[in-house]
Design a protein around this ligand. Sequence first.
Ligand SMILES: *[C@@H]1O[C@H](CO)[C@@H](O)[C@H](O)[C@H]1NC(C)=O
Ligand SMILES: *[C@@H]1O[C@H](CO)[C@@H](O)[C@H](O)[C@H]1NC(C)=O
Ligand SMILES: *[C@@H]1O[C@H](CO)[C@@H](O)[C@H](O)[C@H]1NC(C)=O
Ligand SMILES: *[C@@H]1O[C@H](CO)[C@@H](O)[C@H](O)[C@H]1NC(C)=O
Ligand SMILES: *[C@@H]1O[C@H](CO)[C@@H](O)[C@H](O)[C@H]1NC(C)=O
Ligand SMILES: *[C@@H]1O[C@H](CO)[C@@H](O)[C@H](O)[C@H]1NC(C)=O
Ligand SMILES: *[C@@H]1O[C@H](CO)[C@@H](O)[C@H](O)[C@H]1NC(C)=O
Ligand SMILES: *[C@@H]1O[C@H](CO)[C@@H](O)[C@H](O)[C@H]1NC(C)=O
Length: 771
Amino acid sequence: MDSVVLFLLLSTFFTSSAQQMESNVSRGSYLTPGINSTWLSRSGLYAFGFYKQGNGYAVGIFLAGIPQKTVVWTANRDVPPVSSSATLSFSRDGTLVLQSTPEQTQIIIADSLGSTSAAMLDTGNFVLYNSDQEIQWQSFEHPTDSLLPGQRLLAGTELFSSVSATDHSTGIFRLKMQHDGHLVQYPVDTPDTAGYAYWGSGTFGSGDNVTLNFSPDGHLYLLNATGANIRNVTDGGYPTKDTIYLMRIDADGIFRLYSYELKQNGNWSVVWSSSGDLCDPKGLCGLNGYCVSNDTEARCVCLPGFEMVHPGNRTAGCEKSFNAADCNSKNEYNTYTMRELANTVWEDISYSVLSFPLKEDCKQACLEDCNCEAALFKDSRCRKQRLPLRYGRRQLTDSNIAFIKVGKSTPADMPKPNQEGHRLEMLIISAVFLTFGGMMLVISGIVFYKNHFWYRKLPVNGNAEVGDDVAPRSFTYPELEKATDGFREEVGRGSFGTVYKGAILNGQKIVAVKKLEKVLAEGEREFQTEMKVIGRTHHRNLVRLLGYCHDGTHRLLVYEYMSNGSLADILFTPEKQTCWEERKGIARDIARGILYLHEECERQIIHCDIKPQNILMDDYGCAKISDFGLAKLLKPDQTRTFTGIRGTKGYVAPEWHRKLPITVKADVYSYGIVLLEIVCRRKSVDWSLPEDIAILEGWAYHCFESGDLDQLVGPDDEVDKKQFERMVKLGLWCIQDEPSLRPSMKKVLLMLEGTIDIPTPPSPTSFFSVI
Ligand SMILES: *[C@@H]1O[C@H](CO)[C@@H](O)[C@H](O)[C@H]1NC(C)=O
Ligand SMILES: *[C@@H]1O[C@H](CO)[C@@H](O)[C@H](O)[C@H]1NC(C)=O
Ligand SMILES: *[C@@H]1O[C@H](CO)[C@@H](O)[C@H](O)[C@H]1NC(C)=O
Ligand SMILES: *[C@@H]1O[C@H](CO)[C@@H](O)[C@H](O)[C@H]1NC(C)=O
Ligand SMILES: *[C@@H]1O[C@H](CO)[C@@H](O)[C@H](O)[C@H]1NC(C)=O
Ligand SMILES: *[C@@H]1O[C@H](CO)[C@@H](O)[C@H](O)[C@H]1NC(C)=O
Ligand SMILES: *[C@@H]1O[C@H](CO)[C@@H](O)[C@H](O)[C@H]1NC(C)=O
Ligand SMILES: *[C@@H]1O[C@H](CO)[C@@H](O)[C@H](O)[C@H]1NC(C)=O
């Protein structure tokens, strides 16, 4: 229907030139740049053929009917432009081939033997037909950076941005329709994991075969395998009269919906875009550079002491402009100084995390550590990094401070600093500070004015310490009753109580409110201390505690809301099956979260109840551990407790049953079970299965020992065999009966990442006593 309307509209619009137009191309036809360079669609809106690219020509589809001649598709986009003597032919055997003279190289565009005719359709699709008029090949199935109405992005396929508006070869960003139902933007050459994502549709776990669809009214939406609309990316319903739409992942990494009013002969205008912040796309700036944007432009700035590798090419990044002295003796660090960069955020690739109340301590710690090249300081945590720093951007609302270690000597022959020099330096520094201070005042004024920033800040309870502004807030019971609308919407039930959905900050922030049950009656002070400890754990793989309530007999916790359910939903719901890569990412996320609890946070926390129901998934498919630190509320002295099993049947380490002391290795055990569940996609205990395979640990070891791991791979699960074996081996090490045999979480992570080898595990031996 719609295409008929469009066709009528366009044919009246282009009648003047419609006579010469070709819409049916027969075998033996050919095109050359210059004259007869394209095959036009019937209405003349779209053309297939040569268009100008750089010093030569490329083959593709463009909007011939508008002055901009916007290119929507390019054949073999990474092949260099061809000369004006090239020919494009629809050969006698039905192949579409580009012959580039004088080199006489042949580039096959569509190898579809048996095609008898071709047509440039008015939808913008170029198709090859067989003699039965069935489609053999179509450009709509090979998208580059754009989609047109009627075109779909299928599961497992992706769009790649172009290098620039005029160079249509593959650029540095991609938009992928994943097999897990999530539509995600990443930089190129990165794994499909949450850490690299910079935009997502939030439909993680909607099953395979989800497609991105595009209708002529500008509606972009996701359909699942059964054809249900699961997400509207754009609202749609935009005017269709004399208007066409185009969706494209632009060279700047943002994906946009454009409209064009044909009658106005105007220009493309943006109807919708995936982000308003030009610095959102990760990797826009190369290594050691960071992105600074206003509403219209994004710039890349080098770290202090660095300069651009190729001036003018921001993706090439920045390199040191000082001579790096060897750092091996104690006094060497005197040749370095730390430069401070406020309000910038970076990818955290810390090799060590320390807790300091003051930023000066962090600065000093990095200066004195020869391995440290930069440090990120935020919320009393000091994260030491090695270079290069990546995915940097300025974010005025972020309190992160980056310290960069810079050599005092520059390649140029600097005069030795003397009193005079120092005074000048001081003058310059104070001038800079004054200017910067003034700027900050103006900026914060603007921010305040625009966003009422002050009101959004969470009120602080207790003593003001550095970093306390992000400490969990104390709520009264009536406040939480109101936030959850009288505890109306139950979203889960865990070992510690029931979870309700709610909203705080005038409905601006969706939260999960957990009503604790079975909590030991504890004093106000102990509870608050505990909340503070939990509240100070900040890690991307831990669910964030935002507040708590200790009101009479009520004990409630307020967490950030995780929109995508738990790992249990993903693993044990047949429709939500996730792919191998995704599962590997989840296993790594969980390991990182536990490692943080065990080794990196202020006070060691043993979780005691690691299980898939306690692993929650955020919008981007990143796994986060919840309920950590709660074991403490049940009983003090958690690390060496002898009474009462805390964990959940099937996941608890044997030492719980033997009343042995509980250490971090109990979490390693539970992690091992969860890891086996993740790789095998089944529950650790499943009595619906035959008895010999009902208990996963025993079955897994049996399969491993007999060298028949294929039996462990779930039905229609595509796994990487080598990695699968590694993960099973690692799982078996983690579930060793003897706690000291189990690896530490740090080792687990190294093994997961393939950094260290995994020896052959012995029999865990205890798997029958666990149940
Ligand atoms: C295109 O032309 C071929 C032969 O000239 C004819 O058989 C075919 O039906 C035509 N196709 C269309 C869509 O008109
Ligand atoms: C262009 O192609 C048409 C049909 O394919 C042909 O009739 C015409 O002669 C060609 N013009 C030139 C200049 O080659
Ligand atoms: C997805 O599509 C493929 C190919 O059409 C099909 O084999 C598979 O069963 C589909 N998966 C689901 C979950 O519908
Ligand atoms: C598609 O979504 C609908 C509605 O949300 C749901 O009922 C259906 O089970 C989903 N289909 C698949 C294959 O996930
Ligand atoms: C998407 O938008 C359409 C209207 O354009 C509406 O009918 C539908 O319910 C929406 N779907 C979702 C999942 O929001
Ligand atoms: C359309 O917009 C682009 C970018 O904003 C501009 O470069 C171009 O000149 C405009 N073209 C017309 C015809 O207005
Ligand atoms: C954004 O910055 C560029 C240069 O950095 C400047 O030319 C432009 O006017 C700025 N735009 C706005 C809206 O401030
Ligand atoms: C810019 O640098 C990147 C990375 O070094 C390189 O791939 C790209 O070709 C360069 N671009 C230009 C226009 O030189």
